[in-house]
Design a protein. Structure first.
Ligand code: PLP
Length: 389
């Protein structure tokens, strides 16, 4: 190890902008989700680099908060967790016929089967190895996305045969909602009823469905009747509200785990009538001070939020002036600003602390908070705080 200053300096030293991930918030959010869903267990969804928060950091924090399972979309994400030494039960649900399912079986990853071909692929890998593979079965109860949609009865027969042959151990059976964020939508009840029927069909064929699970964040928070044996929250783990019309994170006992901070790289006077940023979509209405925030769409700041996205500078929030560029945005700080180059500004963070939120940015860009945090790019250094000693 070198003892140079560079080796011991924090990742933010000299940085233009960075993402702070609060592992303590993730831990406490999972504890809150567990409190709400117990006796059901919590599977924390850490796909998409843990919604931009960092796969391994978030996985460890979620487990420390009481999650007993982790979930990812892709096989490679699951393998990366195993390579990092994460040994918790781990579910994955998205792979093409060309995937190396055997690698997942070897790593003790629970693979979701969603069709006859995917079940056959896992059975073949298990036969090769001479030991059962851990699988979960996914029924499409109405989302119209992954899972067995039209021939569940036939699929139950294939599952029963694979279990009888001891090629697979069925550790769970699950489905996913289309409208969980609108708890009274009629599809919610219909999907739940269809799920219960599908489980009964499995049991009728003498197959134990294993852990039954259906609830994402929205259903975990708003629909206890959908909790079954395990809940599967993603967004709420990171302290964001999946139902912003029904409540902010704090209303659900959650706290945002991501803060995005930048340092002003220019502060200068401009005359009234000065066009700002590409295409001059904003023009100063008076003599003023312009501040330059070194963060743009290459970092995940949505270009659609031009003219609207909020940034906190010295206790006040300013909308982005004009277009979002690849690496920077401009703020009109007003004639009396005392901002200086190097001042730290908050692009998004904790709403209850008065900071702009991912939800604010989502509304400014016409999208959802999921996309805002997940897209915060790899160019931004990640700083983790609040990890257990
Ligand atoms: C992403 C995902 C989740 C988590 O959804 P949130 O709305 O983020 O809680 C749960 N289950 C499946 C299958 C998913 O793809």
């Amino acid at each position: 190890m070198t003892s140079s200053a560079a080796a011991t300096a924090p990742a933010t030293a000299g940085a233009s902008a960075w993402v702070t991930v609060d592992a303590g918030a993730i831990r406490q959010n999972v504890a809150e989700l567990l409190r709400r869903s117990a006796p059901a267990e919590v599977l924390a969804v850490v796909k998409g680099d843990a919604y931009g928060h960092g796969l391994v950091t978030a996985a460890r924090a979620a487990l420390a908060g009481g999650a007993t399972w982790l979930g990812v979309a892709q096989l490679d994400e699951a393998l990366r967790l195993r390579a990092a030494g994460v040994e918790a039960p781990l579910l994955t649900w998205l792979f093409p016929p060309q995937a190396d399912v055997g690698a997942a079986v070897d790593a003790g990853i629970d693979v979701t089967v969603t069709s006859p071909w995917s079940l056959e692929a896992v059975v073949a890998a298990a036969r090769d190895r001479g030991r059962p593979a851990r699988v979960q079965a996914k029924v499409d109860t109405g989302l119209g996305r992954g899972g067995v949609l039209t021939d569940w009865s036939g699929f139950v027969g294939l599952l029963a045969a694979a279990v009888a042959e001891e090629a697979v151990e069925l550790t769970g059976t699950w489905s996913h909602f289309a409208w969980a964020d609108a708890p009274r939508h009629p599809t919610v009840r219909a999907q739940q009823e269809r799920f219960v029927e599908a489980l009964a069909e499995l049991e009728g064929a003498g197959v134990d469905p294993g852990l039954r699970h259906l609830a994402n964040s929205a259903a975990t928070l708003t629909n206890p009747s959908a909790h079954f044996d395990l809940v599967r929250p993603g967004l709420a783990v990171y302290g964001l509200s999946p139902v912003p019309d029904l409540g902010a994170p704090a209303d659900f006992g959650l706290r945002e785990a991501m803060r995005v901070t930048a340092r002003l790289t220019s502060v200068k006077r401009a005359r009234a009538g000065q066009g700002v940023s590409y295409g001059h979509e904003y023009t100063t209405g008076r003599d003023t001070v312009l501040g330059l925030v070194p963060l743009g769409y290459a970092d995940g700041v949505p270009r659609h939020a031009g003219g609207r996205g909020p940034v906190l500078v010295g206790g006040r929030t300013y909308p982005v002036a004009g277009r979002v560029c690849m690496d920077q945005v401009v703020l009109d700080l007003g004639p009396d600003s005392h901002a200086e180059p190097g001042d730290e500004v908050v692009v998004l963070g904790v709403g209850a602390a008065g900071e702009p939120t991912a939800q604010d940015w989502a509304e400014a860009a016409g999208t959802i908070n999921y996309e805002i945090v997940t897209r915060m790019g790899p160019r931004l250094p990640r700083v983790v705080v609040g990890e257990e000693q």
